[in-house]
Write a protein that binds this ligand. Sequence first.
Ligand SMILES: Cc1ncc(COP(=O)(O)O)c(C=O)c1O
Length: 404
Amino acid sequence: MFIPALEQARKITDEYGTPVFVTDARTIRKKADTLLDAFSAFNVKIFYAVKANYNPHIVKIIKESGIYGIDAVSPNEVRLALDLGYQKDRIIFTPSNPTDEEISGIGKLGVLQNLGSLSELRRFGKLFPGESVSIRICPEVGAGETAKVTTGQSESKFGVSMADLDAVEKIRDEYNLRIAGVHSHIGSGFYDPEVFKKSVEAVCSVAEKFPDLDFLDFGGGFGVEYRPEKDEINLKDFAEAIKKPMADFEKKNGKSVEIRIEPGKFLVSQSTVLLAKVTTIKKKNGIKFAGLDSGFYHLIRPAMYDAYHHIVNLSNPDGEKEFTQIVGNVCETCDIFNKGIEIAEPREGDILAILTAGGYGSSMSSNYNLRGTAPEVLINGDKIFLTKKRQAYNQIMDCFTDYK
Ligand SMILES: Cc1ncc(COP(=O)(O)O)c(C=O)c1O
């Protein structure tokens, strides 16, 4: 995982201030290589789930690394993919609860839609009879970093229920649709190939019903390590999990189909750190707090998911290790980056690096407390440059109608 050297971090914070996201392009390329290598035995196409990080400079690195397409969940994500030069057949649109306007707009662009309810399929059929569509099924098996990002279980809001597959066939026949793909996504951040294999088996069993298929899509969610001392998952175990169900499917159906996967966090999470400055050191009731000039409006994962993010003190690496709570500058108890970590003594003015902040960091940031989103810097070879400016007060307030 990427950790900048102090000298490099200082150079960046001196120029752009703190807090600032810093991304290392080389780490993204390595992750792309790992993915491409692990699944190379299959006819696989990888679609980057751009929700994880939509910084266009980062998406360009991913594109140049040989990742085939984009998995988009909103019309604007589709628009971004088109703006970045992706052909429409390299984009798949997997919305949650889309409006008629969204289904119609994306359909008119000729981008394939991956729909997860009978209502959406029916509405698509009415608008685009005779066209191709993909279905997102609920494989009735879920896994993820936390319950909040586990999506494949039967009681989740996602996908067409296994019990509704006959109804899918009826809708297909009524509107003369072609089911081009069957998809499932069991959750974000899973580590067990066996659970993934169960979802692959579920997709394969559903796919047998649809002989005109082009592809099977097994979703994203491959976990990354947030603790530097832990080993990464071996993606080859996940590729192995696909092998038998796919071989059985192809044997039974006498044809081979394309496989798709759509990782987000695997590609970007470890490439980025959030650099923040210690503003306040405080001891209270035996607890040491290091307060930063950032908060959950820049990185919400710890507050929202209780996610672990490792933090290192770049400024005082040899300081005595102390158990410290690393907290943000929002008046909310959940505004904690790390509930307690052995960290080289943080002092006021030190720069801390919050690691593994590239996935669902900047893309989930907000304007809460009117502090503006953080700037972003990319290290690409010997170039270090700003890819996103710090958001100014006027840029946020411009959305409000006349108030002065
Ligand atoms: C439909 C879909 N595909 C892919 C992903 C990517 O997941 P991850 O970033 O964990 O790989 C998500 C994210 O939750 C998703 O909703």
